[in-house]
Design a protein. Sequence first.
Length: 202
Amino acid sequence: MAINKIIDKINQETAAEVAAMMSEAQKKADANAAKIVAAARAKVKEIEDQAKLDADEVSRRQILIAELESRKAALNVQREVLEQAFTEAEKKLQQLPADQWEKLIAKLVLEGSQTGTEQLVVPAVDRQKYERGFLARLNRSLTAAGKPGKLTLSPEAAKFNGGVILEGADSDYDGSFPTLLKIFRSKYEHDVAEILFRAEVK
């Protein structure tokens, strides 16, 4: 009987130890599970926060791109308007009344002539104006300015539509309307843009 009691006691103690061990193991398992759940929730929040940041960044970039495209389109339109303005300016130069045209050409020739003996390259459409007295008046003006009034007309017609080129022995002077407008544009394009748009054009 004593042996049976001892065995029962051992079994009882062993069961108690096993129960205690199982209880401790359950507590650790519960704690680990809680940590895992907490870590998982933190990761989910991190992912959600990052996704929101990414979405905000994508949205910001899309807005920025849209603004840049809009500005680019506006600048393209402005450049087209500028181009049209200078094209119209060239047309008006070619359609100047005779007295204004003569004053402009005379100014160009007097400023561009270095020797008073240059050869004038002019558009075919203007040649008769020179031959009918304008060339003689230019030479008289050069003589009055103290230069030999010996300008002549080139037998070759100019390839441009308006203005004049002076071909000299040592140097030439380009007074063609396309060149004059190009020079004017490089100096005053910004000012013209301000007048047209009241805004900066780059």
